[in-house]
Design a protein around this ligand. Structure first.
Ligand code: MG
Length: 165
């Protein structure tokens, strides 16, 4: 369990394949695009990577442990709700979110125009100001499955701050 340190950091990663016939949801925002991501939940890779980062920071396992994809309760689940549940665990452990930095890697669609809306949704879920959340879009320069547009990947780093009681 998380004890002692005034700050703790965690890293999260997630990747999902693109497929026809699913909506594209990232950071709790539905993004207009001709394909979406495959997944048991809504496949929101931004929420999943952030969830793993904050859980990792306090050594509480990962999203697969908390919300198993074998559990029908999480089928097509709104991943913002999963993130909120993870935030509650983190707060029970005596920490709150300090700031989050996220990189979204995909060839298309462009992520930049949607980061403002994502930061608003994520700020509410993480109980921070939008200023505490950074989201950057990158392409993979055409390299590997992500570069061929077959998948989208997300890296997230979280700093948590101990709550003084
Ligand atoms: Mg995922």
């Amino acid at each position: 369990m998380a004890t002692g340190l005034p700050c703790r950091i965690g890293v999260g990663y997630d990747s999902h394949r693109f497929v026809e016939g699913r909506p594209l949801i990232l950071g709790g925002v539905r993004i207009p695009y001709e394909r979406g991501l495959v997944g048991h939940s809504d496949a929101d890779a931004v929420c999943h990577a952030i969830t793993d980062a904050i859980l990792g920071a306090v050594n509480l396992g990962d999203i697969g442990k908390l919300f198993p994809d074998t559990d029908p309760a999480w089928k097509d689940a709104d991943s913002v709700r999963l993130l909120e549940a993870a935030v509650a665990r983190v707060r029970s452990a005596g920490y709150e979110v300090g700031n989050i930095d996220v990189v979204v890697i995909c060839e298309r669609p462009k992520i930049g125009p949607h980061t403002g809306a994502m930061r608003q949704v994520l700020a509410r879920a993480l109980q921070v100001e939008p200023d505490a959340i950074s989201i950057k879009g990158k392409t993979n320069e055409g390299v590997d499955a992500t570069g061929r547009g077959e998948a989208l990947a997300v890296h997230a780093v979280a700093m948590l701050v101990r709550v003084s009681r």
